[in-house]
Every structure is written in structure tokens, then in C-alpha cells.
Ligand binder design. Structure first.
Ligand SMILES: *[C@@H]1O[C@H](CO)[C@@H](O)[C@H](O)[C@H]1NC(C)=O
Ligand SMILES: *[C@@H]1O[C@H](CO)[C@@H](O)[C@H](O)[C@H]1NC(C)=O
Ligand SMILES: *[C@@H]1O[C@H](CO)[C@@H](O)[C@H](O)[C@H]1NC(C)=O
Ligand SMILES: *[C@@H]1O[C@H](CO)[C@@H](O)[C@H](O)[C@H]1NC(C)=O
Length: 225
């Protein structure tokens, strides 16, 4: 069921990937919240400008609060005006975060990052913070936006087992239906064949009956003579 959902969501995701690239069409899509241990996971965070036509620049910072703790600590900063690669600020995410947001623009509206090799320790709340400067002809205007994403990390087996089971059930029911069809066909064929023989026998008997009847008639005629 999950994979069917994914197939449905892929075109949607493709649309939203393109959206932030255009100047006007920006759509704020909520992030996925269920990560699978050992796999990669995209932490989605899109913050659209209120006025699409106004020039802007933005930086994005990410924070993390593990489940059971009550404080956020900074983990990642993306500043497009810096030439060097983005900074990972936390050992727990060292070498495990990759920029998945707007590229080659100061005007960042998609601040998504990609976690490589998710562990159960990534369970908790991620906070995405946008700092944005809008450039009007005579002045600059600063805005900010914050989004929290609560991430649940699930073991690989649960989803895999469920989908494997549903796949097996699908094959079992397909094979079952086909076997039933074959049995039904054989049964019907036999019935028809038997009916055919019966009819043959009946018509033969009828023929014989007519024949003997006519013989009787002949005899009768002969007797009458
Ligand atoms: C996100 O980052 C991952 C890992 O670097 C990469 O495989 C993937 O293609 C990226 N996706 C986008 C949309 O940038
Ligand atoms: C993911 O982490 C495991 C151990 O936690 C390691 O064996 C594996 O090589 C890592 N995979 C990647 C792609 O980094
Ligand atoms: C998860 O956190 C625990 C406790 O901090 C630590 O012992 C363990 O090594 C961590 N696991 C991973 C895969 O980082
Ligand atoms: C975010 O913007 C609000 C006003 O919209 C402001 O009061 C607040 O100080 C800003 N936060 C930061 C960290 O700049």
C-alpha cells in the first residue's frame, strides 16, 4: 500500500521540485515524516516568498532536538553567498547531510536537506529556519520562517514484510483464481461431452425405436393382408 502511495506521490513530488525553480510558482509542501533506518531521507522544508516578484536572498539553518530532550542544537547552515560548501555543525550528522534545496541562486525558497544512512538516533524534531532579506527599490526588509518536522524512524523490516506479504497474497489469489478457472473448464467440458454422448445415445435409441416401430407397422400391414 505504501509503495502504491509512493507511485501516486512521485508526479506530485516532481511538480514541487520544479516549482521553486520558477519565480512565481512556489508551493509549500509538508515534509515526509517517516524515515527508514539505514536509508536516505529528505527533510523537506519550503518557504515561499510572500511576493514572488520581489528580489530576495535567504539563508537556511537546521536544528535538531532528539526525542526525549528539550533543546534544539544547530546542525547545518546553508548560506548561498558563501563559496565554501555548507557547514555541518554537529558530530552526529558529520558526513551525513547533503543540501537538497534550491541550487545556484541567492533566492533560496527550498531549504531541504538529505540525511544519509538514517539511524534510530535521528528520531526527534528537526527545525528549519529561513532568514530572508527582501530587496525593495529603497530598502531591505527582513523576514524569517520556522518549520518543525517530527521524524519517526522505522525499521526496514516492518514495511518490507508488509509489502512482501501483500505481494504473496496477490500471487496466491491470482493462482487460486486460475486453478479454479481450469477446474471449472474441465468440469464443464466433461459435462458437455457427457451430455453429447447422452444425446447420441438417445438419438440412436430413438432411431432404433422408430425403426422397430416401422417394422411393427410393416408386420401389421402384412398381418392385415
Ligand atoms: C538529494 O541529495 C541526495 C544525496 O546527495 C541525492 O542523491 C539526491 O539526488 C538529491 N536530490 C535532489 C532533488 O537534489
Ligand atoms: C551506514 O551505516 C552503517 C553502519 O551504521 C555502515 O556499515 C554503512 O556503510 C553506512 N552506509 C553508508 C552508505 O554510509
Ligand atoms: C545512538 O545513541 C547512543 C547513545 O547516545 C549511542 O550509544 C549509539 O552509538 C548511537 N547510535 C548510532 C548509530 O549513532
Ligand atoms: C523573526 O521575525 C519576527 C517578526 O516577524 C521577529 O520578531 C523575530 O525577532 C525574528 N526572529 C529572528 C530570530 O530574527
Amino acid at each position: 500500500m505504501m509503495s502504491a502511495l509512493r507511485i501516486l506521490l512521485v508526479p506530485l513530488a516532481l511538480c514541487t521540485l520544479h516549482a521553486p525553480l520558477g519565480q512565481s510558482a512556489c508551493v509549500e509542501v509538508d515534509s515526509d515524516t517517516e524515515a527508514v533506518v539505514g536509508e536516505g531521507f529528505k527533510l523537506g522544508c519550503i518557504s515561499c516568498k510572500m511576493r514572488g516578484e520581489v528580489e530576495a536572498k535567504a539563508t537556511v539553518s537546521w536544528y535538531f532536538m532528539p526525542k526525549g530532550e528539550n533543546e534544539f542544537s544547530p546542525i547545518y547552515i546553508y548560506d548561498p553567498s558563501q563559496q565554501q560548501p555548507p557547514t555541518i555543525l554537529d558530530d552526529r550528522f558529520f558526513d551525513r547531510l547533503d543540501w537538497n534545496g534550491s541550487k545556484n541562486t541567492m533566492d533560496v525558497q527550498d531549504g531541504s536537506v538529505y540525511i544519509l544512512n538514517v539511524t534510530f538516533n535521528d528520531t526527534g524534531t528537526f527545525r528549519c529556519y529561513f532568514d530572508r532579506w527582501l530587496t525593495y527599490p529603497n530598502y531591505e526588509f527582513q523576514t524569517n520562517a520556522t518549520k518543525d518536522i517530527i521524524i519517526k524512524v522505522v525499521p526496514k523490516a516492518t514495511r518490507g514484510m508488509a509489502s512482501i506479504l501483500s505481494e504473496i497474497m496477490m500471487y496466491v489469489s491470482i493462482i487460486g483464481l486460475q486453478l479454479w478457472l481450469v477446474v471449472e473448464m474441465v468440469y464443464c467440458y466433461r459435462k458437455i461431452a457427457a451430455a453429447g454422448e447422452e444425446a447420441l445415445r438417445e438419438s440412436a435409441a430413438e432411431y432404433l425405436a422408430i425403426a422397430s416401430e416401422s417394422k411393427d407397422n410393416c408386420a401389421g400391414v402384412q398381418v392385415a393382408e
